[in-house]
Write a protein that binds this ligand. Structure first.
Ligand code: NAP
Length: 330
């Protein structure tokens, strides 16, 4: 079968053996996968626990083709989404550091014609989503769900800022906060993305982080934020602190622009809470699926591309040329 393999040099499409379901596992014919920034970090050797010669891809939707011993055969033929968490463990607050992994390195992921996963990783595809849309959900929406609710505790009426709205996770965070009844502002380096978010997604306001004093405009417009969800980090992190209300919370799940020398006095004088977060636990995955179904949330999809163009798709994500998720037809 065709698969996207991470080698020590690069990523490349190779032919590998189709997997066979062992006891407790299912083999899924992958219909669609979607890219995450994690895949690009792995491509350039910058992800913790780098392992080579495996299939990348954490987010996918497909049809169960076969099941191993001990798995309910009624799964065969069902459309499913895959929870990319593997071995989170018992503590809902954090994954088990010794055994936790994410689908798509070290274990073979979804950028292949077939993927084999433990049967308890699959969930029925939410009926209101197309398979393309469902493939855009798992890792990004789970990260956003935990950031917004378990960590950010976003409430109806809160002022919320989500940075870098073009990002795969950020788009979900903004939509989840709006569904919760918050007033949502976003930042972007693109005026077009800001305009789309205003006209189509009901954000209250936004600012272009490439413009000088963008944070002052946001502060003036909003009166300050109760919760900020960030993944850019870098030098703008201290500017974000200036837009928080007293006792507010800043949640971050990434540091795309690198680490920062923190403006510590501002944090303690402001009584701020800064929280790091990652994807979520298995209960949060199930809760996230119920939440998107209840609120009929659809992912923002940048494009759907054939598997043969997956490397170009990686390059576009690397170069920041996308808005939302890039979906790959397998
Ligand atoms: N810890 C975890 O479990 C976890 C899970 C998912 C993601 N992450 C991390 O979170 C980050 C985002 O992931 P993703 O998959 O959503 O990435 P992505 O889709 O590649 O999004 C990157 C976005 O960052 C935004 N950006 C660039 N410069 C910025 C700046 N100066 N200020 C604010 N935003 C800026 C851009 O937004 P515009 O296009 O709007 O300008 C861009 O679209 C990555 O570092 C990723 O590794 C971590």
């Amino acid at each position: 079968m065709k698969a996207l393999i991470l080698t020590t040099e690069e990523i490349e499409i190779q032919n590998i053996e189709k997997p066979v379901a062992q006891a407790g596992e299912v083999v899924i014919k992958v219909q669609y996968g979607s890219l995450n920034r994690r895949d690009q970090w792995a491509r350039v050797g910058l992800y913790p626990g780098m392992t080579y010669n495996c299939v990348l891809g954490s987010d996918g939707c497909g049809i169960v083709e076969s099941v191993g011993d001990g798995v309910d055969a009624s799964w065969i033929g069902q459309e499913v989404v895959i929870n990319p968490n593997q071995n989170w463990g018992e503590d809902p607050r954090h994954p088990n550091s010794k055994t936790y992994t994410i689908l798509g390195m070290p274990k073979n992921g979804v950028f292949a014609e077939y993927v084999c996963v433990p049967a308890d990783r699959i969930h029925k595809k939410p009926a209101y989503l197309t398979p393309k849309e469902a493939a855009a959900i798992p890792l990004a929406a789970l990260t956003a769900y935990r950031a917004c609710f378990y960590k950010g505790n976003i409430q109806k009426g809160d002022n919320v800022l989500v940075t870098g709205i073009g990002g795969g996770v950020a788009q979900f965070a903004a939509q989840f906060a709006i569904a919760q009844g918050a007033k949502v502002w976003v930042t972007s380096g693109s005026d077009e993305k800001l305009a789309t978010m205003k006209t189509k997604y009901g954000i209250t306001g936004g600012a272009n982080y490439k413009k000088e004093d963008w944070q002052k405009d946001l502060l003036k417009e909003s009166g300050g934020f109760d919760v900020i969800i960030d993944s850019a980090g870098g030098s703008d992190f201290n500017l974000l602190l200036k837009t928080l209300k007293q006792s507010a919370t800043l949640v971050f799940y990434g540091a795309t622009l690198g680490s920062v020398k923190l403006d510590m006095p501002r944090v303690f004088f402001g009584q701020y809470t800064i929280k790091g977060t990652t994807m979520g636990n298995d209960q949060e995955f199930a809760d996230m699926l119920a939440f998107i179904e209840k609120h009929q949330i659809h992912p923002i999809i940048d494009s759907v591309r054939p598997f043969e163009q997956i490397i170009e798709a990686f390059n576009d994500m690397r170069d920041g040329k996308i808005f939302g998720k890039v979906v790959i037809e397998m």
